[in-house]
Design a protein around this ligand. Sequence first.
Ligand code: PXP
Length: 237
Amino acid sequence: MKRLGVNIDHVATLRNARGGFHPDPFLSAKQAMVYGADSITIHLREDRRHIKDIDLKNISKSKIPLNLEMAANDQMLKIALKYKPNFICLVPENRKEITTEGGINILKNLSKIKKIIKTLNQNKIRTSLFINPNLNDIKLSKQVNSKCVELHTGKLSDLIKLKKNYSNEYIKIKKCAKYAKSIGLEVHAGHGMDYNTTSLLSKIKDIEEFNIGHFIIGESIFAGLNKIIKKFKHMSK
Ligand code: PXP
């Protein structure tokens, strides 16, 4: 069975919409763990549009296995070394994007990424790079001594949702996973995953971990509405 990292960024999005404390990302992290998540993923963005430093502080102080997604820069590295999450995944960050639209450009940032990964490895934080599924980026990930790669599944997810032919993209991900594993990298996958994508990607044995956020948080609304509305109706009898 593959490990499941639950990304709770969008619990924070909802909390921030009202500027208060509800729903609390830390509570959602604790509950996700109780219900079987293997780890919790959060992305501390430069603009703090969802996860805030207090969320990182609360979760990192607990015993929850934490995967921090962050941009590859010195400011974020400083924060990472302060809170020492168990895992770090370096992601590209573009202020105008709605979500992480593609993998990190390793070649363009080679020396910076290598330096950050070295520091994280020395601090015993498991390192990962969020990359587009291509062999070149896998070779570069190995070259900069990352321990894992996370293959961006956004394109595959979009093709499946649009009912378009996805077989080339699926084969590409499968080949990348096999190659990455063969050179000693642990393989993860994530972005845009839902039930369909997950059931398809579960067939790829070389993938060890999924990181899923938006769909889990969105779908939880439908799983929970029944219970919450019944409770309110009962209370207002
Ligand atoms: N993995 C990485 C590296 C990401 O940046 C994201 C999105 O923040 C995810 C997984 C989860 O994507 P989604 O929210 O679409 O499930």
